[in-house]
Design a protein around this ligand. Sequence first.
Ligand code: FES
Length: 284
Amino acid sequence: MGREFKLRPAPGDDDSDSGNEGRSLIDRRRFNRYAFNASAGVITMASLGSIGFASMLMGQASTGGGDSAVKYWVPMGSEDTVWYGANHLKTMKKSDFESEAAKSSTGMAGAQGLWSGLPVNVVYVPHDENAGTPLQMDKPRMQFADGYTDLGTGKYVGHGDEMLGTVFEPHDNLLVIFSRCPHLCCIPGWQLVANPNTADNWVPGGVDTSGNKLFCICHSSRYDPTVLEMNENRNRSNGETFQYFGILRTGGPAPVGMPLIPFEVNADVIEALPDYMDWYTYCD
Ligand code: FES
């Protein structure tokens, strides 16, 4: 699969949602309790907007093959509250997510992770079970959407279903998502704080009023991990734009959503693929 995608003409779009009105914001001191707490605090710094950390961490990836597995990352202060609290730096397994999802009213489960030094979110969506049923609340499945860039032009970029037949085609009811907020590069989380956007409910269509969003605590950007689109982002260092497959930003100041990371499940272990590392450098 090539990395260059063909653009198609589409109507303009003026999405200027500032996103913070009427929402409860958590102060940054409290956020630090939830921020990633190792790598000499580097990730916590990044959560507060430090530019350049991704390139530092990306350099930690070894070439020995053992880095392909995605590991759990338990945010500081949430060891007793997240379902994977005892699994810090242990290998993520699909069966873990299936077990946790069985306790959910939506059948979804998510966790913070680390892959080759990069922060990720892994989200389980019971797509295979629900895709053949009528759309209804709390029956989540993968949805494909149009992507419109918010990098000044509002142009149409592409449709999420263009990932079908590629390495990004959804499988195993799982998504691995690069977890750097395109606003100011904090690390969004899965149900790390309680609010209407993180509650365990689901509404079709990627609307911003429902729960099970990835939530960025810095300025409350929200992302629906069940809505997959093609969109465009810009590298902060060199200004170059790139197109990617990713999840939908539903609200808040982030201009676009976050990119997917292709992966495989081998003997129950979730292993990510390094084919599109250039998609994960926009915060460098
Ligand atoms: S860094 Fe501002 S909303 Fe995420």
